[in-house]
Design a binder for this molecule. Structure first.
Ligand SMILES: [Zn+2]
Length: 191
């Protein structure tokens, strides 16, 4: 009786494996967009803001999708003091640090989308224009615009357009880089 049950169990396992084999053999659906998994386990009170920023970038761009709970291409941290900054290890990968004190002075969502912009390949552009996301703190504390300009969004889309990535990296160095001081503490005297 025991051996009969064992044979039945083995047959069941074999059936399950066969089913699994068929499933694995099917090709995965092709995805045109690169998925950038962001992790908010260390983002503290900024986890919600991170989600809003991800939606903004997803709506503004093509060729990439920021997605939660699927991995850690991008880790987001809440810190206190020292200023918000981004460390890009490669295009679409890195860490973003949001300073709680700074987020009481500047718009937390604008800080978040700006710092993620660095991870997505954008440099700083301190021209004081609030319509430019990468102008950061140069636009003053009254600027709360969290949206990339069309030019900024299109640039990110192009960077993630597959075949163009290598060329863009070579010509514009979107590789490893640290971006600090985008949000000056002396901003109250600006403008
Ligand atoms: Zn910056």
């Amino acid at each position: 009786m025991t051996s009969r049950i064992g044979r039945l169990a083995a047959a069941s396992v074999a059936t399950a494996l066969a089913t699994l084999g068929v499933t694995v053999a099917n090709p995965a659906p092709a995805s045109a967009a690169m998925t950038i998994c962001y992790n908010t386990s260390q983002a503290g009170s900024f986890a919600g803001v991170a989600g809003q920023a991800a939606s903004i970038w997803n709506n503004a761009t093509t060729n990439l999708t920021l997605s939660a709970n699927c991995g850690s291409n991008l880790r987001i941290y809440q810190i206190t003091g020292g200023g918000s900054y981004a460390i890009r290890t490669s295009l679409g990968n890195g860490r973003v640090y949001i300073d709680t004190q700074q987020a009481q002075q500047y718009s937390p969502l604008r800080i978040m989308t700006h710092e993620i912009g660095h991870i997505l390949g954008l440099p700083d552009n301190y021209n004081g224009n609030c319509a430019i996301l990468m102008s950061g703190g140069s636009a003053g504390t009254s600027c709360t615009n969290p949206y990339p300009s069309t030019t900024e969004a299109n640039r990110v889309s192009n960077l993630f357009a597959g075949t163009r990535i290598a060329t863009e990296r070579a010509t514009d160095s979107t590789g490893s880089q640290i971006f600090r001081d985008s949000w000056p503490a002396t901003a109250v005297t600006v403008g």
